[in-house]
Design a protein around this ligand. Structure first.
Ligand SMILES: Cc1ncc(COP(=O)(O)O)c(C=O)c1O
Length: 400
């Protein structure tokens, strides 16, 4: 099998698995228990938190909140901030989220608008999927409490100018302080796809919150984190325990958290090496597809400095992306159309549409997301089949 869907998930690497193993049945204590077995788990959990704090250049270990993944982190970020503004500060919140966010952010924003009447606006992107910090600045109002722009997009690979937006937001916060305004302004980024390849130091990025999930960088599924800058207030979305300083109740998933810390250490160590592997392979793949198949377009920035190295999405005109995927699967090749999280639904990808593509074009998109174990041979194998599959589907297609 050839796997080109690393933006959907990655296999757990062996060193991560071995680091996790003792915490399932030997060192299995509840980190909240006071006896030795519990303290042992607590110590390892603390060590993981300290390590992650350093890897993100956070000021305090308590700024790292462990969650079940980035979906939960994104929910907590927007809902926790909006509810704190409304229920504690009595401010009717205005929320800004980019049009290309993951559904866990977009659907949370829609939920808040629908059920609580909060004002939500979507930040537009240009034809390459990029957010303009000047547009964000113009959209911020006196009651804006939350802005979310992802670091790197999971479908187009577009990198967003997070540090620049963060700096601009900081100056608005300073103005609010001067005028003694009580309205908070939280800047959040979803760095799920970017972490493996780009420095995610929270102070360099000027963010107040940052979401990650371990399974995108060779860690386990079902564990993630939300970085919350000290002093940033959220209303917890889960009650029933004092874990995570009262911001996320529930027994900590010690084995997975420890595994995530290991996967993060490894990802940071190997960043340059993995960036080189995936960007060279992406270039090779793009070159061959563009040369060997007609009527194809790449989505997102062409400039390598403005994109994630591992994501290459193409629009194959006059053919359904889903049909290409089914045919590739028959040859043992895994890829995806749009984002894996939306596949299965007939809705064309909201990301492709936000870039200005028509429904028909959006339906023809296929994403190949590469990983550190892919080789040139994998691409050669794919290219044995892909041109023929597209040709056959076009012959059968009623759209000419
Ligand atoms: C950009 C982005 N954010 C959030 C998520 C959600 O992560 P999880 O499913 O681990 O909660 C994903 C997963 O596809 C993603 O790609």
């Amino acid at each position: 099998m050839i796997y080109f869907d690393h933006a959907a998930t990655t296999p757990v690497s062996l060193d991560v698995l071995n680091t996790m193993k003792p915490f399932f049945s030997e060192k299995f204590g509840n980190p909240s228990s006071i006896y030795a077995l519990g303290r042992e788990a607590k110590d390892s959990l603390n060590a993981a938190r300290h390590s992650i704090q350093k890897l993100l250049d956070a000021d305090k270990p308590g700024e790292i909140i462990f969650t079940s993944g980035a979906s939960e982190s994104n929910n907590l970020a927007i809902k926790g901030t909006a509810f704190y503004a409304d229920k504690v500060l009595n401010i009717k919140p205005h929320l800004l989220v980019s049009a290309i966010e993951h559904h866990s952010m977009l659907d949370s924003a829609k939920y808040l608008a629908k059920h609580f009447g909060y004002e939500v606006e979507y930040i537009p992107v240009d034809s390459e999927g990029r957010v303009d910090p000047e547009i964000v600045k113009k959209m911020i109002k006196n009651n804006t409490v939350f802005v979310s722009v992802m670091y790197g997009n999971n479908e187009t690979g577009t990198l967003e100018p997070i540090a620049k937006i963060g700096k601009m937001i900081q100056s608005i916060k300073n103005q609010r302080l001067k005028t003694h305004s009580e309205t908070p302004l939280v800047f959040h980024t979803d760095a799920v796809q970017a972490f493996q390849y780009f420095n995610c130091d929270v102070n360099r990025l000027n963010v107040d919150m940052l979401s990650l999930t371990a399974h995108k960088f060779y860690g386990p599924k079902g564990v993630g984190l939300l970085y919350i800058r000290q002093g940033t207030k959220v209303l917890p979305q889960q009650q029933g325990g004092t874990q995570e300083r009262g911001r996320r109740a529930g027994t900590e998933n010690a084995p997975y958290i420890i595994g995530m810390a290991k996967a993060m250490e490894r990802a940071v160590e190997d960043r340059e090496k993995n960036e080189k592997i995936t960007s060279e392979l992406s270039d090779y793949l793009t070159e061959r597809i563009m040369k060997e198949i007609s009527d194809v377009e790449t989505i997102g920035p062409k400039d390598v400095m403005k994109r994630l190295p591992h994501i290459s999405t193409f629009i194959f005109k006059k053919v359904e992306g889903e049909s290409i995927l089914i045919n590739l699967d028959l040859k043992g090749i895994a890829a995806s159309s749009g984002s894996a999280c939306t596949s299965g639904s007939l809705e064309p990808s909201h990301v492709t549409k936000a870039l200005g593509y028509s429904d028909m074009e959006a339906h023809g998109s296929v994403r190949f997301s590469l990983g550190k174990l892919n080789t040139k041979n994998d691409v050669d194998e794919l290219m044995k089949f892909l041109p023929k599959i597209v040709e056959k589907l076009r012959e059968m297609s009623p759209i000419k």
